[in-house]
Design a protein around this ligand. Sequence first.
Ligand code: HEM
Length: 140
Amino acid sequence: MYEWIKALHVIAVISWMAGMLYLPRLFVYHCEAEIGSKQSETFKVMERRLLRAIIDPAMVVAWLAGLWLVWQGGWYVSGWFHVKFVLVLIMSGVHGFLAGRVRDFANDKNTRSQKFYRIINELPTILMIAIVILVIVKPF
Ligand code: HEM
C-alpha cells in the first residue's frame, strides 16, 4: 500500500510542478499581449484552466498523499523531512502568489513586468531541485 501511495504522490507532484513551471512562462508571454486583444483573452483562458484543472487539484493530491506517507513512514522525526516540509510550504506560498496573479491578469490589472515573471519562474525550479535531493538522498 505504501508504494502505491508513493506512486500517486509522485504523479501528483509531477503534475503540480509541470503547472508551476509553465504558469509564470505564460505570464511572460501574456505581458506582451495588448489588453483587450484576442491573444490576451486566450492567455486568460489558458491560465485559468491550467490553475483550476491541473495545478490546484494536483497540489491537493500531493499534500494528502504526502501527509499519509509521513504518518505511515514515521518520517516526522527525520531531519530531511523537516527541511522538505519548510520548502514545500514555500512552494505552496508561491502557488498562492501565482493564483493571485492569474486573478490580476483576468481583471486586466497586472502591475508586474516581464522580467519579474522571468525571475519568479526560477523559484519553483530551485525549490523542486532541493526537495527531490532531500527526499531521495536523505542527507540527514
Ligand atoms: C505537499 C507536501 C509533501 C509532503 C507532506 C511530502 C512527503 C513525502 C514523504 C513522506 C515521502 C516518502 C519518503 C520515502 O518513503 O522515502 C515522499 C516521497 C517523495 N516526494 Fe514528497 N512530499 C510533499 C511534496 C513533494 C514535492 C513538492 C515534491 C517535488 C517537488 C516531492 C517529491 C517527492 C518524491 C520524488 C518522492 C519519492 C521519493 C522516493 O522514491 O523514495 N514531494 N514525500
